[in-house]
Design a protein around this ligand. Structure first.
Ligand SMILES: Nc1ncnc2c1ncn2[C@@H]1O[C@H](COP(=O)(O)OP(=O)(O)OP(=O)(O)O)[C@@H](O)[C@H]1O
Ligand SMILES: [Mg+2]
Length: 254
C-alpha cells in the first residue's frame, strides 16, 4: 500500500503582509494517532491545518511527506473545512463530486457512496439539496465526502463547531469509525471535552506557536506550559479581557 506519512514540518513560519501568523513550528505527524489542536480564536489552528494539507505554502521552513507515495500527497489526504463547502446539488451529487475529482469512474462510485451515506446516516436524505440540510447534517456530509476518498490522513477543522451535544456525539462516533479504518486524524476543536474524548496527542497553539505537544494524558494531567494550564482551566480569556499583566511567556510570544 502506498503511504505518505510521516509528515514533517521544520521551522515553519507563515507570514502575510509582514505579520507572522505561524511561528517556527517543528512537528512530525506519524501514522495511527489522533492529534487534536487546541488554542484560542486566532491562534492559527486553521492556518496550521491548511499548511499541513498543502493549501498554503510556508514563507519559511519546510513541509515534507516522507512515505512511499510522498510525491503525490494530494491523493492520500483530505480536509474538511471549518465552514463546509457544499455544491448547490443533492447530497448524492455532492458525494459523487468528491470521488469524481479523484478520477474514480461512475460505475465504481455508486457502491462506495452507498456504503458511506449509510455510515453518515444520510441515506434518507440522499436526494435533497445539500444546502437545505441542517448544520449537523451538512457537517456529516462534508466528513462523509472526505471519508469516501479513503484518505491516509484526514484534517478536520472544528468538525463540531455550532453543533448541539447530540449532533456532536454523532459526529464523534463517525470520527471514531474513521479512525478504526486506520486513517490518521488531525483535528482542531474548541471543545475540551471533545479533546479528552478523542485525542491521543494534543498540540496547543497560541499566537502561531506550538507551546505544547504531548500525549493527551500528559496534557490534561500535567501540562508543562502555563498558558496551556490556564487554557484547560478556562482562564486564558481573562488575561485578554481584563488586560492583566500576562505571564512572561505571553510577552515573549508577541
Ligand atoms: N489570508 C489571510 N490574510 C490575513 N490574515 C490571515 C489570513 N488567514 C489567516 N489570517 C490571520 O491568521 C490568524 C490565525 O487565523 P486562523 O484562522 O488560523 O485561527 P484559528 O486558530 O483557526 O481561529 P478560530 O478558532 O477562530 O477558527 C488570524 O489572526 C487571522 O486573521
Ligand atoms: Mg479556525
Amino acid at each position: 500500500m502506498p503511504n505518505i506519512l510521516p509528515l514533517e514540518l521544520k521551522d515553519v513560519s507563515f507570514e502575510i503582509n509582514g505579520m507572522r501568523y505561524i511561528k517556527e513550528i517543528d512537528f512530525t505527524l506519524n501514522a495511527g494517532s489522533n492529534t487534536v489542536i487546541l488554542g484560542p480564536n486566532g491562534a492559527g489552528k486553521s492556518l496550521f491545518l491548511r499548511l499541513c494539507h498543502g493549501l498554503v505554502s510556508p514563507t519559511d521552513g519546510s513541509i515534507n511527506w516522507h512515505g512511499t507515495a510522498a510525491q503525490k500527497p494530494g491523493n492520500y489526504q483530505a480536509m474538511v473545512f471549518q465552514k463546509p463547502v457544499m455544491l448547490k446539488r443533492s447530497v448524492l451529487a455532492n458525494l459523487h463530486f468528491g470521488l469524481k475529482c479523484r478520477g474514480i469512474p461512475k460505475i465504481k462510485r455508486g457502491p462506495m457512496i452507498e456504503k458511506i451515506i449509510e455510515k453518515i446516516g444520510l441515506s434518507r436524505l440522499s436526494k435533497i439539496p445539500a444546502r437545505s440540510l441542517s448544520t449537523g447534517e451538512q457537517q456529516r456530509l462534508a466528513i462523509g465526502r472526505a471519508w469516501s476518498l479513503e484518505p491516509e490522513v484526514l484534517f478536520l477543522d472544528e468538525p463540531t463547531a455550532n453543533l448541539d451535544p447530540a449532533a456532536t456525539h454523532v459526529v464523534e462516533e463517525i470520527i471514531n469509525s474513521i479512525k478504526k479504518t486506520g486513517t490518521t486524524i488531525v483535528m482542531s476543536t474548541h471543545d475540551l471535552g471533545q479533546a479528552r474524548r478523542l485525542a491521543d496527542n494534543i498540540l496547543f497553539l497560541y499566537r502561531g506557536r506550538i507551546l505544547e505537544n504531548s500525549s493527551a494524558e500528559n496534557f490534561f494531567t500535567a501540562p508543562k506550559n502555563d498558558l496551556a494550564q490556564a487554557f484547560i482551566k478556562g482562564e486564558l480569556l481573562w488575561w485578554h479581557r481584563k488586560k492583566l499583566k500576562p505571564p512572561a511567556e505571553l510577552k515573549t510570544h508577541h
